[in-house]
Design a protein around this ligand. Sequence first.
Ligand SMILES: [Zn+2]
Length: 355
Amino acid sequence: MQSCGSHYPVGMGTTGARRRGQDERVKTKASIGVDIGGTGTKAAVVSEDGKILARAYKATDVHAGTKSIIDSVEDLLAQAAELEVEIQAVGVGAAGFINAATGTITFAPNLVYDDPKVAEALRGRTGLAVTVDNDANAAAWGEYEHGAGRGSEYVAYISMGTGVGSGFIMEGRLVRGLTGAGAEMGHTVIDAYGAQCKCGLRGCLEQYASGQAITRMAKEAVAKDPGSSILAFAGSVDAIGGEHVAKAARQYDDAARAVLRRSGRALGIGLSNIANIFDPEVIVLGGGVVAAGEAFLGPARDELAHMTEQQRRRPIRLAVSELKDDAGIIGAAALGRHEATSPITTRADRGPGSP
Ligand SMILES: [Zn+2]
């Protein structure tokens, strides 16, 4: 891969009389956050106080994940140069198992990386400090620094989108495990005889509290109750999605409310497990499923409160994501900056040109 790091004037200052006045100004310091998904790669320039200064979006090349990331970062470096913003670091959030110490993707469920050593490739290209971590870990870090987890050093984050992701910050540090395969609440079992999960187990939390799971349960529900307005909103069984269930539930459709109650109670059990393992101060709920509202969140809160009370635990604060769809990019950027300056987790084999 051809290196073209020198093409970017970002953070390097410029020479020449015409630019001297601008050089004397203090540049805004920022970092770049990238959130790579199965369909799109979102990225942003994010200031130290968590504000988005510029954005980039590219369709993900599912056979060349690393290239998609590099393209997005190069786009933003050009934008940052225009804005006279000094980029200090890059953070990337990606689905799967990631060795954050080396910035290497070890397992990715939905796309192929042309170079799994993402951090090394990106460092070589830009000369910047690069951190690569699990996407839910990045989002958790975003809520911890700039969102609903602000002010606490004990933050649990659970994201319910197509699947279920999670990240935990305890004593101000991300919990990753030995190989980066830790902090996966989505694949903790809440019903040993439950629905088969892709991971090989049965009854994982992801089989109840994800968008995919709600769609599956809704299809089962309309098979028994074809009069449900879930079907009326969707038009056909195949077209059923979480949004139709949420819409039907808001109109007090019994089948829809039963699906969201079951899903929410399963989440509540998962939250109780989080309480038992981590004892967090706050649990932040994120991802598209949260938009289903009280028909889903109410049963989750009730189940958690019931289980907490049974165990005589102190109540845990539940919060909804403040950063919402931007949690991934804001978090990746904040994590990239944190890791570039933190002595705790900078064991990565940094390449030449990195700080
Ligand atoms: Zn599973």
